[in-house]
Design a protein around this ligand. Structure first.
Ligand code: UD1
Ligand code: UDP
Length: 387
């Protein structure tokens, strides 16, 4: 039996963790014991608890309740809390997802204690070091022992940064194993899409007709915290809403910014147009909203990919993306926050200029591959201790 300690904290990580927890429960219950640590980075009911209830994720064994603060303070508090739990639990591996401050904290704490790091979503790069996420993922990758990349581009980024794909067991931080395995969020989308069909009534709740609305989400600090960018994005959404309704489940960061005195005129303009602002929704509701949208306009990493999973054209409100393959297909367009680029992309997709959505994200079994590789690594190197 091996013991893994999983760190989650932000909304997308909680959702991602569902895939691995489900695979452990279904296929590895006798071999892998999972301890879940929630850093408390996200804490609103609709940013955290809702996902545990709905997605069948085991309740976290620990919650560090770190909450919102500056990057330095938030990350430092997480490192302190995670370190104490690593001493207490002495896991064989720590499992980290993506690129948030919770990921970074887990990587720093575990590496100092020589606990092997498993990084899920390794290798993704925006090549924009102004993004806090880019810093987090680069640090995490370079401290990891097992790196699982969801895409070919991600795998190639690792090779370009000096990771050797020929490395063999025993894997260590100096001799890491890199793998291209597909996307656990693709696993999740297949699994939860069926559940969403049976359970979600979000369209009825908001009186939305399939393919008659555009789904939008906005939360990147580069967009919300820059007056020019937030104005330009919302002016574009207002313009688009004159012909197609826009539905916007509002991230708490964006809500707080829009409620600032300086954005009152903009907020009133948004409210007086055909833009439906709703609180963040559950994942099953989000899938339903995504599948039935005419188009998706987002700066979210996860949502742009889910648009692709469900074959919906997507406008990405960023100048670059880590998910380059979806842009290469033509079914996603990078516009940044520029008004004209957003409108032009919208008009292109309204004309029906959409290509094939070929398979990019694996076969839906990434989680099983990751866990099998982890087990094999443990058995072949006897990393850690037997429980
Ligand atoms: C974080 C991640 C980002 C990820 C996003 C997913 C980092 C650096 N950023 O960004 O990569 O895409 O989560 O959503 O880790 N807030 C609440 N309630 C909550 C959570 C947040 O009100 O439950 C508000 C607070 O005012 C907080 C702000 O949102 O200051 C930002 O939260 P934070 O977790 O720092 O960053 P995100 O923008 O959510
Ligand atoms: N999501 C959700 N409800 C919402 C908005 C997003 O369940 O109201 C899901 C979405 O389907 C995706 C994940 O949250 O799986 C993406 O999270 P977010 O956009 O916050 O972060 P990012 O992916 O950009 O890091």
């Amino acid at each position: 039996m091996i013991k893994i300690l999983t760190i989650i904290g932000a909304r997308p990580q909680i959702i991602k963790a569902a895939a691995i927890s489900r695979a452990i429960k279904n296929n590895f219950a006798k071999e892998i014991k999972e301890i879940i640590v929630h850093t408390g980075q996200h804490y609103d009911q609709n940013m955290s608890d809702v996902f545990f209830e709905e997605l069948g994720i085991p309740k976290p064994d620990y919650n560090l309740n770190v909450g919102s603060c500056s990057h330095g303070i938030q990350t430092a508090r997480m490192i302190e809390g995670i370190e104490a739990l690593l001493f207490k639990e002495s896991p064989d591996f720590i499992v980290l997802y993506g690129d948030t401050n919770s990921t970074l904290a887990g990587a720093v704490a575990a590496s100092k204690l020589s606990i092997p790091i498993v990084h899920i979503e390794a290798g993704l790069r925006s090549f924009n070091r102004k993004m806090p996420e880019e810093v987090n993922r680069v640090v995490c990758d370079h401290l990891s022992t097992l790196l699982f990349s969801p895409t070919v581009a991600g795998f190639e980024n690792l090779v370009n940064e000096g990771f050797d794909k020929m490395n063999k067991q025993p894997y260590t931080p100096e001799n890491p194993g890199i793998f291209h395995c597909g996307d656990i969020m693709y696993d999740n989308s297949i699994y939860f899409s069926k559940l969403s069909d049976g359970k979600s009534v979000i369209l009825e709740k908001y009186n939305l007709a399939p393919k008659k609305y555009i789904l939008s989400t906005i939360h990147r600090d580069h967009n919300t915290d820059d007056d020019k960018n937030i104005n330009s994005i919302f002016e574009a959404l207002i313009e688009i809403s004159k012909t197609t309704q826009v539905v916007l489940p509002l991230h708490p960061r964006t809500k707080k910014v829009l409620e600032l005195e300086k954005h009152h005129i903009l907020l009133n303009k948004i409210k007086s147009n055909n833009i439906l602002i709703i609180p963040p929704v559950s994942f099953l509701d989000m899938i339903n909203l995504e599948k039935n949208a005419l188009m998706i306009i987002t700066d979210s990493g996860g949502v742009q990919k889910e648009a692709y999973f469900f074959k919906i054209p997507c406008i990405i409100l960023r100048p670059e993306t880590e998910w380059v393959e979806i842009v290469e297909t033509g079914n996603a367009k990078l516009t940044g926050s520029e008004f004209t680029k957003i409108i032009n992309a919208y008009q292109e997709y309204i004309k029906g200029n959409i290509n094939d959505f070929s398979g990019i994200f694996g076969d839906g079994n990434a989680s099983e591959f990751i866990l099998a590789t982890l087990l094999k690594t443990f058995n072949e190197t006897k990393v850690g201790k037997e429980l």
